[in-house]
Design a protein around this ligand. Structure first.
Ligand SMILES: Cc1ncc(COP(=O)(O)O)c(C=O)c1O
Length: 389
């Protein structure tokens, strides 16, 4: 390994919501406890980004700064190299994050009272984006069978056909269930939505975090969808850059971009965000390659741990993301009891499954982007707490 994936940075009092939230939930926390919730990594940023930002500060002035030609080139080159996706740089709209973009998209393309389709259990800000504009949430739950998730196309067809259904917010790869959707799956979803005039917004923030044996297909490339699909991308999950607040939303239709910008107003990333994204996309593929191998290794380690020590807990296959989804329903606990066991007994700060919708009750989401020794200590606490009841 060329890069450091072993050092833990103590983020106490650094403004990390994940670390602060842990203290709020359990003020008498034991020393050395690390949270496993919010999706950022407990890994140091790539040295190419750290050094590159220092150099930028030494050679630039922090005046008003927008995205440069080199910035757009870096984004387009990354998408081509990683996903075989050719983007017209004009189609890119930079935002302060994917979540802010989702809020803007709902405001731009839905009226209050319109229906926004989501596929729970799913990343909960999808609900918030719809509710914020007083839209109705139309739930098309994923089908859970034999510890694996698929799409309910019949239900999607029925919901999409309803007159008030205006938008689908789709998660690809899917947080929290870890699916990397196959091209045929995307094609079917796309065809259904297009047939019924439902706008497709595909949140692909996890699309660079793909596990061995799987391939990410960009939604707009999965079928003959013309310029109908809006794809949300960012370097933030891939390179642990959430604090830089820089995302790239690909909106192919000119009138859609204009509408989006009208609602977005004068907000956008800053100079350091643009530079961090440019550095990541041009210099950090080797770091990502190692990072992915660490995540995959952590997943295999955790899966083997559960199989050996807690076989009643089922680990859902990780096809993409660094978020492991655990079916803990066999423990027979209510969601409150499960949370109590995790937080108070095991000192484990995970994302409770019910946060992602009622289908997630009895599940836990663990962020495994951390040094393996940190994960091991957590799994041991998990085992002890469950065995002691
Ligand atoms: C599916 C998904 N979309 C968006 C985000 C957050 O995006 P941002 O930080 O760019 O607002 C996350 C973070 O966990 C996520 O999992």
């Amino acid at each position: 390994m060329k890069y450091d994936f072993e050092t833990l940075i103590d983020r106490t009092d650094s403004g990390s919501g994940k670390w602060d939230g842990m203290k709020e939930k359990k003020p008498d926390l034991s020393p050395g406890i690390v949270p496993f919730s919010v999706a950022d990594m407990e890994f140091k940023n790539a040295p190419e980004i750290r050094e590159g930002l220092k150099e930028y500060l030494d050679t630039h002035i922090l005046g008003y700064t927008g995205p440069t030609k080199q910035y757009y080139e870096a984004v387009c080159a990354w998408m081509k190299q990683e996903h075989g996706w050719e983007i017209d740089p004009e189609h890119i709209v930079c935002t302060l994050g994917v979540v802010p973009a989702l809020f803007t998209l709902v405001k731009a393309f839905c009226e209050p009272g319109d229906g926004v389709i989501v596929m729970p259990p799913v990343y909960y800000p999808f609900y918030m984006a719809a509710e914020n504009h007083n839209c109705r949430i139309k739930r098309c739950p994923l089908v859970y069978r034999d510890h694996a998730y698929t799409i309910d196309y019949d239900l999607l067809e029925k919901i999409a056909a309803e007159e008030d259904s205006k938008m689908l917010i789709f998660c690809s790869p899917h947080n929290p269930v870890g699916r990397v959707w196959k091209k045929e799956e995307l094609k079917r979803v796309g065809e259904i939505c297009l047939k019924h005039g439902v706008k497709i917004v595909s949140d692909e923030i996890h699309s660079d975090l793909i596990m061995p044996g799987h391939t990410h297909t960009v939604f707009s490339q999965a079928g003959d969808f013309g310029s109908e699909v809006i794809v949300c991308t960012a370097p933030s999950k891939t390179f642990n850059l959430a604090a830089m607040q820089t995302s790239n939303i690909v909106i192919p239709k000119k009138e859609d971009r204009e509408r989006f910008r009208e609602i977005q107003g004068h907000s956008g990333p800053g100079a350091l965000g643009f530079e961090a994204c440019r550095l990541a996309y041009t210099k950090c593929r080797p770091w990502l390659t190692e990072c992915l191998s660490v995540i995959w290794d952590n997943f295999r380690f955790a899966k083997a741990f559960f199989e050996e020590h807690l076989p009643q807990i089922k680990v859902i296959d990780l096809e993409g993301t660094y978020l492991m989804w655990l079916d803990c329903t066999a423990l027979g606990k209510t969601k409150e009891e499960l949370e109590e066991l995790m937080v108070q007994k095991a000192e484990l700060f995970l994302d409770e499954g019910y946060l992602f919708g009622e289908e997630g009750a009895g599940f836990e989401r663990i962020n495994i982007a951390c040094p393996q020794w940190v994960l091991k200590a957590a799994l041991e606490r998990f085992e002890k707490a469950v065995k002691e009841g």
